[in-house]
Design a protein around this ligand. Structure first.
Ligand code: R5P
Length: 295
């Protein structure tokens, strides 16, 4: 038996009401603690934004340029990312278990670049996701694609399972050759993901009307990177997306295919978390890149 708790006077601070903090992420106020906690491992509570490093490309296109040896090219970048977007194969084979940053895991797959990419199935058991301590799972949604309904069903099944485990789902809006990449289409696709329960959505930046895409989506929108651009152009795209309402970026090739990936990811973080203008971030990129070149 513990001793009687009779020492001193108890203090219940009866004059101080208990606080109930509002959660910092758009649309997330009513989620359970575990789901909020996982989202706070992806999005920095101080800025409400995230820099995700995407390197899940191998799940449909094999050893992508820059990802031939993820142990050599990606592991050194991991400390600079708020979250890594990857496959479970990459996590277990390559990422040290001492990694403490966010993990967003690819949960759909099936077809390779040799086939119709929209014909995906769920490719990850949510119990295994929980076993690996992931903070969210990502699923591709092909609105307007050949297998639109199947891909939407993949997402809704993962969302239902995600609620059992407190694991959020990232809906990734895929664009295909046959789909127009404009604000009208991306507004449709992101809204469908959010309405059906995705806790955050990834979509591409468009020059016209991106602010309407983010405003019309009731959950955070993260900007997708896309094909490799010149560093200043990629930083400009990230800057515009953030200023037009994105809650972060999920960039792959524009970071790991950069001439200086470590410098680039730090420059992107400056844009995302500190609202740095592209020119300022590019200066940082050049400065860091110079420091990293062996003498
Ligand atoms: C895109 O939706 C897929 O998840 C890709 O494998 C990856 O995330 C794309 O990254 P990036 O286009 O920035 O190289």
């Amino acid at each position: 038996m513990p001793e009687d708790d009779t020492q001193g006077e108890k203090n219940f601070f009866t004059d101080t009401p208990a606080t109930t903090d509002a959660f910092f992420l758009k649309g997330a106020g009513s989620y359970d603690w575990g789901m909020k906690n996982r989202l706070a491992r992806i999005f920095r509570p101080e800025s409400g934004r995230t820099v995700m490093l995407a390197f899940d490309h191998g799940y449909f296109q094999g050893p992508t340029t820059g990802l031939e040896r993820m142990d050599l090219t990606i592991v050194p970048l991991a400390p600079y990312a708020d979250a890594l977007m990857l496959t479970r194969g990459a996590l277990r084979s390559t990422i040290p278990a001492t990694h403490t940053g966010g993990i967003v895991m690819r949960a759909s797959g099936g077809p390779s670049i040799l086939k119709d990419l929209s014909n995906e199935r769920i490719a990850l058991d949510m119990e295994d996701a929980a076993r690996m301590n992931v903070h969210a799972v990502a699923v591709q949604v092909f609105v307007g694609g050949e297998h639109e309904t199947q891909s939407v069903e993949n997402m809704t099944k993962l969302i239902d399972l995600g609620y059992r485990f407190g694991i959020p789902v990232l809906g990734v809006t895929a664009v295909g050759k046959e789909l127009t990449r404009d604000a009208r289409y991306l507004g449709l696709a992101t809204r469908i993901c959010a309405e059906l329960g995705a806790q955050f959505v990834k979509t591409y930046y468009v020059d016209e009307g991106f602010d309407r895409v983010t405003a019309g989506c009731p959950v955070p929108v993260v900007m997708a990177g896309g094909k490799k651009l010149a560093e200043l152009d990629a930083l400009t795209m990230a800057y515009r997306a953030i200023q037009e309402g994105a809650a972060g970026v999920d960039m792959g090739r524009n970071i790991f295919q950069s001439e200086s990936p470590e410098a680039m990811i730090q420059a992107v973080a400056r844009v995302v978390h500190e609202d740095a203008r592209p020119e300022e971030a590019y200066e940082l990129f050049q400065e860091l890149a110079r420091e990293q070149v062996p003498a």
